[in-house]
Design a protein around this ligand. Structure first.
Ligand SMILES: Nc1ncnc2c1ncn2[C@@H]1O[C@H](COP(=O)(O)OP(=O)(O)OP(=O)(O)O)[C@@H](O)[C@H]1O
Ligand SMILES: [Mg+2]
Length: 326
């Protein structure tokens, strides 16, 4: 990952060198420390791409934050990280590095870091730590106070694809999870890459004590078969709290208010029952939640009195009731 250290990338095949072993242990320690003050961790997944997983993850996170819970969102998608864009806080590597330094500087000036330093000593301390803190991982705080970490912050051009080799990919995902300083959080929502491949599996394996997994699907059978595979994978990881959200399930006619099931009546509830997972409800197709190009941000533009916002509040309350007892 450009400019952000080289830990976590151990060689493939062969034995680990003592140095590589040491780095892995250190990463595990950082992971335990950085995730240690998070009360609940919820992973959002989907059997296939494009079903609205990121949209749902971002909305759930914003809803929790708006209800007064300290919330973070981790965008674990390393190919198409779009959570920052959805939240209107896009930033590339240079800007992110500057943000890191500014955050560190503020912490020193507020006396949170380097407690007993005089003003002159603070200045000197900031100067000596300058380079080090450009490579730190403070999440970016959105206008609503949501803490956000994404691979999108660690790339230097939005239009240039990152070419990862297999072990680099899992290394980058682990680093993103292990190295972010979340501090105290009530909830961390993780937007997992789609499917059942190496990447979503790495996320599940790396995050300790996941409270629950939420599957996002759309009302068609093909997508349900993919969800089934995903549920099986999650169960293999010994996570038994699994919920299902059926996204884009209906459309509310703007003229008469009628609920139109344009893809046919969703059978998400039945499906969830068959799989013995918790049905968390459905969501409408709603232009307000789509990231249409004429909008700056997806979620922060939602009005709390909108029907979709109310649906998200209901879903969040269900998640708390079923999974986290908050
Ligand atoms: N309920 C909805 N109503 C209208 N548009 C939606 C809704 N949910 C998602 N979308 C739109 O559908 C598209 C895909 O959504 P999103 O990016 O959240 O899916 P994803 O599952 O995260 O995709 P990927 O697999 O690429 O990460 C986006 O343009 C998004 O704005
Ligand atoms: Mg996505």
């Amino acid at each position: 990952m450009p400019g952000h250290g080289h830990h976590g990338h151990h060689g493939h095949g062969g034995q680990l060198t003592p140095e590589q072993q040491r780095q892995m242990i250190e990463q595990d320690l950082r992971l335990a420390k950085n995730l240690g003050k998070i009360k609940h961790k919820i992973v959002v997944m989907s059997g296939k791409g494009g079903v609205g997983k990121s949209t749902v993850a971002a909305n759930i996170a914003e809803t929790l934050q708006s209800l007064g819970f300290k919330t973070g969102i981790l965008d674990a998608d390393i190919h198409g990280p779009n959570i920052p864009k959805m939240l209107g806080i896009e930033m590339l590597e240079d800007e992110f590095n500057q943000y890191q330094f500014d955050t560190f500087k503020a912490l020193v000036e507020e006396g949170i870091v380097g407690k007993d330093l005089s003003q002159d000593e603070q200045k000197e301390y900031i100067e000596t730590k300058k380079e080090e803190y450009k490579n730190s991982m403070f999440p970016v705080v959105s206008p609503s106070g949501l803490k956000v970490m994404s691979m999108a912050f660690l790339i230097d051009a939005i239009d240039r694809p990152i070419i990862w080799r297999g072990p680099q990919k899992t290394g980058a995902i682990k680093q993103l999870i292990a190295d972010a300083y979340w501090g105290e959080l009530d909830y961390l929502i993780i937007d997992n890459p789609p499917g059942t491949g190496d990447e979503p599996l790495t996320v599940l394996q790396t995050i300790p004590e996941t409270d629950a997994v939420i599957m996002v699907t759309t009302p068609n059978v093909v997508s349900q078969e993919d969800v089934l595979k995903c549920v099986k994978m999650v169960e293999l990881m010994n996570i038994d709290k699994i919920g299902l959200i059926e996204n884009m399930a209906y459309y509310i006619c703007p003229h008469c208010g009628e609920k139109l099931n344009i893809f046919g009546k969703g059978n998400g509830e039945l499906f969830a029952e068959e799989m013995e997972i918790t049905y968390l409800g459905d969501l409408p197709i709603e232009e307000k939640v789509s990231d249409s190009p004429n909008k700056e941000a997806t979620i922060s533009t939602l009005d709390p009195s909108d029907e979709v916002s109310k649906r998200f509040v209901e879903i969040v309350k269900d998640i708390q009731k079923e999974f986290t007892k908050d």
